[in-house]
Ligand binder design. Sequence first.
Ligand SMILES: N[C@@H](CCC(=O)N[C@@H](CS)C(=O)NCC(=O)O)C(=O)O
Length: 207
Amino acid sequence: MKLYGMQQSRSFRCLWALEETGLEYEYVPVKLRTEETDPDSAQHPNYLAVNVQGKVPTLIDGDLNLTESVAILHYIARKAPDSRLIPDADIQTLAKHDELVSFVLAELEQPLWSKGKHMFALPEAQRIPQMFETAKFEFAKAVRTLDHLLPDNEFAVANHFSMVDILLAQTFNWAIRFEFDVPQQYQDLRNRHYDRPAAKRAMELIS
Ligand SMILES: N[C@@H](CCC(=O)N[C@@H](CS)C(=O)NCC(=O)O)C(=O)O
């Protein structure tokens, strides 16, 4: 299995999950927003052949080619059921898990990505710096919603660590790096999960 990624981007979610499972894999660092002539660039034709958008992450396993971080997390979790990255739980708990996964993607990370797009990812002519304030407003709203969705517990669901804990911790880490206002309880969540041996090993791999 081969995972293409870039440092602390969304690919880190998948790298961390792989470390949680103990599955064998190869990590291939990719450079974003670089010249297509650079063989390590996400714009190089060889990489565009596996990820048409020139984004990370990409996971290759035999004939399987996956390019969405949450699909990759599910795949890794299903390949290693003993990891319990998909919670070992009843259908209702699984539904709450899926709700939180969707919430992270649709609500929590969107303002972060909006800031990233308008800071560096979009072509300069398309960037609107005024939207940073909107992103801040939307992130604060998402965080207030999360206060109602998350139990007062060490883990998000099922009383054990699962892939939604990776998603939450990585997304709050992203928010801190991008200088959003992250309440102390979510800084603590980030720190608690990034202290796991698998997260530390994943961090070592990208540093
Ligand atoms: N929905 C995708 C988003 C992938 C994505 O946008 N990745 C960013 C890095 S976090 C990227 O590769 N951006 C390309 C760029 O900024 O040029 C996923 O969750 O995997």
